[in-house]
Write a protein that binds this ligand. Structure first.
Ligand SMILES: [Zn+2]
Ligand SMILES: [Zn+2]
Length: 290
């Protein structure tokens, strides 16, 4: 089966599974199945998985071809011929790629919260007010391009096995849909290692609990626990509200949201400082729970 169909098979299978889990074990039982912006999130899903990813795949093939041709022209070995990683066993490639990619994603994610210009792109993801499986896909294409260029292009250049990249993509998709799902799970002691619906819900809290926010882990969350950006209060199960401060001024329609990062505006330090600026020190007992 071509990779293209395999990807859509897993996208549908994982989405259906998470959707059904939400129906039987919802964390927020009063949240409507057909919530506000659901249709728009489905459009983001099609746009981001269908067009942006494939355009990037084509672009990366072009960039790799250009890089190879340039290196050959200069009489230098190409990364593929250097076989830096492609000779490793598949399982070792998988573990290395999964962990390294995740640390890079954590770093980029944090950077998007701290840099006002990058925040303009990432804020779309934080405009979600009702988290569920479909909210996973609300991301600006500018952010996707940044992630893919930083993460997947080096993997292709290094000659990582296609099966490894595919497995990493599918496991990432499962982790992302589960972490945005309307589910009450924290995954017990695994909460220090992998993301969970409860952990990621705090990332979407309107209120910030550290500089730029908290809980930046994408698939693995041990980075947050190691580097002091984890937030998991003992006395509350979930934030009072999802979103970001200043959301009332953010566009609601798809085109407005697509255009928003490029909109020339008078300096509005208040909004951007509110979104990315320093926040109060964590309260005692905030950072861990049984
Ligand atoms: Zn974020
Ligand atoms: Zn999220």
């Amino acid at each position: 089966m071509p990779l293209y169909f395999k990807y859509y098979f897993w996208l549908l299978a994982i989405s259906a599974m998470v959707f059904l889990l939400e129906r039987v074990a919802a964390a927020r039982r009063d949240q409507a199945v057909v919530r506000d912006d659901l249709v728009q999130d489905l459009v983001w899903m099609v746009l981001n998985t269908q067009y942006i990813s494939w355009m990037l795949a084509l672009a990366s093939v072009w960039v790799v071809g250009w890089l190879d041709a340039t290196l050959l022209h200069l009489g230098l070995p190409t990364p593929q011929t250097a076989r830096l990683i492609s000779d490793w066993p598949v399982w070792l490639q998988f573990v290395t790629v999964f962990v390294v990619k995740d640390l890079i994603e954590w770093t980029v994610h944090r950077w998007m919260h701290l840099n006002p210009w990058l925040w303009r792109f990432h804020v779309l993801h934080h405009s979600v007010e009702q988290l569920d499986w479909a909210a996973t896909f609300r991301s600006h294409w500018g952010e996707i391009v940044l992630h893919k260029l930083i993460i997947y292009l080096p993997l292709v250049v290094l000659g990582v096995d296609d099966r490894v990249i595919f497995a990493v993509v599918i496991i990432g998709l499962l982790a992302q849909e589960l972490s945005h799902a309307n589910l009450p799970w924290g995954f017990g002691p695994l909460r220090y290692v992998i993301t969970s619906p409860r952990f990621h819900a705090w990332h979407h809290d309107v209120e910030m609990h550290g500089r730029g926010g908290q809980n930046f882990g994408v698939n693995l969350v041990l980075w947050d626990w190691l580097f002091g950006t984890a937030y998991w209060p003992k006395d509350r199960n979930a934030p009072a509200a999802f979103g970001f401060e200043g959301q009332q001024d953010y566009p609601k329609d798809l085109w407005g949201r697509l255009w928003e990062p490029f909109r020339i505006r008078r300096r509005s330090p208040k909004t951007e400082t509110a979104a990315v600026g320093p926040s109060p020190a964590p309260k005692p007992g905030d950072s861990s729970q049984d």
